[in-house]
Ligand binder design. Sequence first.
Ligand code: ADP
Ligand code: MG
Length: 296
Amino acid sequence: ATPLALIRGGGKAANRGILMRSGDAFQVSPDIDHVVLDKTGTITVGAPAVSEAVALEGGTRGGIESEMLATAASAEAFSEHPLADAVLEYADERGIDYDDPEGFDSMTGRGVRATVDGDDVLVGKPEWLDGEGIDISGAADEVQRLQRRGLTVSGVTRDGDLVGLLGIGDGIKGDAAATVRRMTDAGITPVMITGDNQRTAAAVAEEVGIDRVMADVLPDEKREEIGRLQDGGHRVAMVGDGINDAPALTQADIGIAIGAGTDIAIESADIVLMGDRLGGVMDAHEIGTESYRKTR
Ligand code: ADP
Ligand code: MG
């Protein structure tokens, strides 16, 4: 039988929009010493928007912005990634005309590859473009400038030439910094994990007070990173919202799905937070820990 203290704890949690789905949500709670937080949609609001578009010609400023945006929007038209929505919205707001691409491939955790007017177009991480043999060195300063502002940079290439950069920003949740402080006050180490690059990730982490950052992590590597912390003797909670986070949520000692989440993320989680508030993570931790202690 479930001890009364846990039933009461579950009720208290439910009143705050927290669903305790498993016994681990209580039992493991007192032992958690690391909380791994996905960046996009967990620490940030998850509604990215383009804040700067730079058209390039031969690596430096000077290309035609409307052409670059039309190229990027066509390539992203079939992508379901939030970053793609940001590009389409920006192009739409500016009345840019773009067609559906003739070919499309989603490169998970990297970007998109598409055929636009017969040309090979890539939109995605600069590191990925570099690995595809595209010379992005001429724009390195621009890329770094945008990343230091905490923006995610997508490079736009057409037939092997870099024709533009898109600096995409995503606001930080209002209660993120306060929640990080609650974690460190409770002796828990917060860690940010993201597929985004190190510079952008570090800028966001600094703003909320997180010292440990795992950046450039591909979706299937997030689970391994959690496993590595556990191998080091740590008890780890993972907070995420996306479909890509399900394996990591399962691997963690406590998996926490935040926001609307996806059905898959919710299925993989021990705790589901109904709202977008990051503070729910620490509310759940406190309720779980306190309720479990009362059973002992
Ligand atoms: P996160 O870990 O922040 O949820 P993802 O693993 O989904 O991010 O993607 C990692 C990185 O790959 C993004 O930060 C972005 O640079 C790039 N990327 C992924 N999908 C796209 C896309 N459709 N358009 C542009 N860039 C993309
Ligand atoms: Mg994601």
